[in-house]
Ligand binder design. Structure first.
Ligand code: GDP
Length: 329
């Protein structure tokens, strides 16, 4: 239902549905805006587009800087276009808001792909916390689905918690690894390997033997880890993004994963769980914001914090009093 939309926003909705890239980009700009009136308009537009969402395969791709993510995504994107599909590439890069510079997502990457009309590449939103950046990317993903993209790739870099955020918004989460001993250990240590539905050892063209060794190491490590599904053992593939060798087998595994998850019912369950978890994240962050904006909290918080630190009051009593202010709004 698009009731309550003004003319300008209705044009955005119609344009996105008609698969036009300019209304799509303008809608994403609204989503990324920090202005409350823009946020409200973005919510109305997304709500109107909701019935048109859900149709894409949502693919998460992660890996440390230099592993070959953009080379790989470009090769994959061009391959998918060759199969008659339309591809959107989004990014979650919390580093861009911390340092003002972005590890991912500047427009000069994926030059060939960005020239194709069947592709849409959007860099990471640059303002806000990881949670804020991830929310905007989730909303952008929905809008891209409404614009008829068959595959939405969400890229993230192997720093911090962004992998968990991306695994939480995609159907399949793929981890790119270097064929070096030690790269897999880092991923295991950080718990990223346990999020992976599919592991790719890139740059296999440099030293095929080393790539095979890395593959068997990762395979045996996987045997000891928890997996994302009881019905799926994460495959380990070797490929070369640069030589575009192995892209077809990669996509075949994605399709096999989707079919397996659909057959077991997990595909739909995962999306429903993700939507609910997203709602709860928004409730948590909304409540936190309301709490911090509350005038009495603002006045009393510094004193109470000090009292807790000095042992004059208990953390529980202080928290109880501060939270109580919310119900007196
Ligand atoms: P990102 O930082 O993960 O996006 O990595 P890039 O895609 O920018 O790649 C980093 C470097 O690795 C570039 O110089 C690429 O040309 C190179 N590279 C990427 N994939 C391969 C590959 O499969 N084989 C080789 N030999 N080099 C690659």
């Amino acid at each position: 239902m698009s009731l309550g939309l003004d003319v300008v926003d209705q044009l955005l909705v119609d344009g996105v549905r008609a698969r036009q890239l300019r209304p799509l980009a303008r809608t994403i700009t609204l989503i990324e805006s920090l202005r409350p009136d823009h946020r409200a308009r973005a919510q109305r537009v997304i709500e109107a587009l909701l019935p048109d969402t859900g149709g894409a395969m949502r693919v998460g791709i992660s890996g440390v800087p230099g592993v070959g993510k953009s080379t790989f995504i470009e090769a994959l994107g061009l391959y998918l276009i060759g199969q008659g599909l339309r591809v959107a590439v989004l990014a979650v890069d919390p580093s861009s808001s911390v340092t003002g510079g972005s590890i991912l997502g500047d427009k000069t990457r994926m030059e060939l792909l960005s020239q194709r009309t069947e592709a849409f590449i959007r860099p990471s939103p640059s303002a806000g916390s990881l949670g804020g950046v991830a929310d905007k990317t989730r909303e952008t993903l929905l809008v891209c689905e409404a614009a008829g993209f068959d595959v939405v790739i969400v890229e993230t870099v192997g720093v911090g918690q962004s992998e968990t955020a991306v695994a939480g918004m995609t159907d399949i989460f793929c981890l790119l690894q270097l064929p070096n001993a030690g790269d897999d250990l880092q991923a295991i240590k950080k718990g990223i390997m346990e999020l992976a539905d599919l592991i790719v050892i890139n740059k296999a063209d440099i030293d095929a033997r080393q790539a095979m060794m890395a593959k068997s190491q990762i395979k045996s490590a996987l045997g000891m880890l928890r997996h994302t599904s009881p019905n799926w053992m994460p495959p380990v593939l070797t490929l070369s993004a640069l030589k575009q060798d192995g892209i077809e087998s990669f996509w075949a595994e994605i399709v096999r994963f989707r079919d397996t998850m659909r057959a077991s019912g997990e595909f739909g369950t995962k999306r429903r769980d993700q939507a609910q978890a997203w709602m709860w994240e928004l409730i948590d962050s909304g409540l936190r914001q309301r709490f911090r904006d509350n005038p009495r909290v603002k006045t009393d918080l510094p004193g109470l914090q000090k009292a807790v630190a000095e042992g004059h009051t208990t953390p529980a009593a202080a928290a109880h009093r501060l939270i109580g202010y919310l119900s007196q709004d």
